[in-house]
Ligand binder design. Structure first.
Ligand code: ATP
Ligand code: MG
Length: 462
């Protein structure tokens, strides 16, 4: 199959800015060279030891779209007669030619936003991979972007020895924060510290920052590679199969649902309400509901619902307790925001603070059952902070390892303003703006959502 029009994501590269920059042969191959052997200690082994490179032109097919007419292709298409569009993304991995001499690299790692299982796994893998390339100077910037500017926060020297066991616990070795200095202050601080590789672990806000840092470095003609690793427990990054932490979150969320079920089932007319993460996407709520099999009502931001009225959630809850004896509701934090008073309050990063839909449903449920004079024992569980602080499970541990390694390969390959991910089961690099323009959302017409509805047995609440 040949598409009418191929769209390629062009990755920003150091050679876009510096035309005199000469690559050097890469010195490293993960396949044959783990762990670091003595011969790596003082320089590059010769070329015959190399295998397993990714070519800069290797691509992964992101999607093929068949538009019903050229007009519906809109801006996606430059050829007026085109109806098929293919999108290709660069494969991630080690390159034969690298654009940094390992001994000249001064790398920094920073983690921003909220906690997510796997942060330590990614930090650890970045450090280990940098060391295998031969990098000696690796620093951690504590407490997110704030660590660049706050006088009281001191950088942390990182090595394999320091990070060896950090993945055995959740959280982030480096700490996290929201808000912080301006982009220009961050780049000033990077210049002062001589940082020429920056690895940024965070969500959409952090990536917007990383891209701005990349642009500012270009403006100042600094030879710096800024590489992101997307951290979103909500799994809401565009184009990606999944992001690290999501799998662990679903597993832990399922445990919370199980507890809610046991509580509800053990009480007379028990109702358990579990609020899960998902500001604009219901992936965790849907997957945890599917996994647990104990959820009767799953509510997500993408699907509007009524609480009151003949088709409302509360009437269905009454039906459930009267027929089954108990019920479990799983609600994503961003769902039903239309029921809550808007405060316009924002966090230090400028994100709107959401109202608490879990508490609202709990209160409305109690009120409703009192009004109709039917006994109900309502219990509310919000496991958010317990889930975020968990260590990564096996599958996330593997994902973090590959993402961390690929982040380092990407920086050495001379790319900047990029982020790493998994797409159609292959590991890839994206230009940052392509993945942060808006959050990925669940399709309410998808089979998966309908499978979830079949599993819960819930009616349409609209
Ligand atoms: P989470 O998924 O936990 O919300 P996040 O990366 O989106 O992660 P934020 O608190 O929104 O978390 O942002 C993290 C950091 O990025 C903060 O220090 C914030 O100041 C910075 N930041 C956020 N948005 C931007 C932006 N548009 N431009 C530059 N920096 C930004
Ligand atoms: Mg965010």
């Amino acid at each position: 199959f040949q598409g009418d029009f191929e769209r390629r994501f062009n990755l920003p590269h150091l050679t876009d800015l510096f035309d005199d920059i000469e690559p050097i042969p890469s010195t490293f191959c993960l396949k044959s060279r783990l762990p670091v052997s003595e011969e790596f200690a003082d320089g590059y082994p010769s070329d015959e030891k190399w295998h397993g490179y990714i070519n800069n032109n290797d691509r992964v097919l992101l999607k093929v779209i068949h538009y019903s007419s050229p007009t519906s292709a809109g801006a996606e298409c430059i050829d007026p007669a085109c109806t098929w569009v293919e999108q290709w993304i660069h494969r991630a991995g080690p390159r034969e030619k690298i654009y940094f001499k390992p001994e000249q690299v001064n790398a920094a790692i920073v983690t921003c936003g909220g906690l997510c299982p796997g942060l330590n796994d990614v930090i650890r893998q970045i450090v280990i991979t940098l060391e295998i390339y031969g990098v000696k100077r690796i620093m951690g910037i504590p407490f997110g972007y704030r660590g660049f500017s706050d006088q009281g926060i001191h950088e942390m020297q990182l090595s394999r020895k320091v990070v060896q066991n950090i993945h055995l616990a959740g959280g982030s070795l480096l700490g996290i924060s929201r808000g912080g200095p301006t982009i220009s202050e961050i780049v000033d601080s990077m210049e002062e510290r001589g940082i020429n590789m920056l690895f940024v672990l965070g969500g959409n806000g952090t990536h917007a920052g990383a891209n701005a840092i990349h642009n500012e470095c270009r403006k100042r003609r600094l030879k710096v590679a800024v590489v992101g690793v997307p951290k979103t427990i909500d799994n809401d990054i565009l184009h990606m199969d999944k992001t690290f932490g999501f799998d662990t979150a679903v597993e832990e969320a399922q445990r919370a649902i199980n507890s809610a079920y046991i509580e509800a089932h053990s009480a007379y007319h028990g109702i358990g309400i579990v609020k899960l993460m998902g500001r604009s996407s219901g992936f965790i709520a849907m997957h945890a509901s599917l996994a647990s099999g104990q959820v009767d009502i799953c509510l997500i931001p993408e699907v509007p619902f009524h609480l009151h009225g003949p088709n409302g959630v509360l009437k269905h809850l009454r039906y459930l307790v009267e027929t089954k004896g108990s019920a479990v509701v799983c609600v994503a934090e961003g769902a039903g925001q239309n029921f809550l008073e808007k405060t316009n309050a924002t966090d230090p990063s400028g994100n709107i603070v959401l109202g608490d839909i879990g508490v609202h449903i709990q209160q409305e449920t109690k009120k409703y059952f009192k009004e109709i004079d039917v006994p109900a024992d309502v219990k509310y569980i919000d496991p958010t902070y317990m889930i975020r602080a968990c260590r990564a499970n096996a599958s996330d541990g593997i994902l973090c390892t590959v993402l961390g390694q690929n982040a380092v390969h990407g920086a050495f390959a001379g790319y900047g303003g990029i982020t790493v991910g998994i797409c159609n089961t292959h590991y890839v690099y994206f230009p940052i703006p392509e993945v942060i323009s808006y959050p990925r959302q669940l399709d309410p017409n998808s089979r998966m959502w309908h499978r979830c509805l079949t599993s819960t047995g819930q009616p349409d609440f609209t």
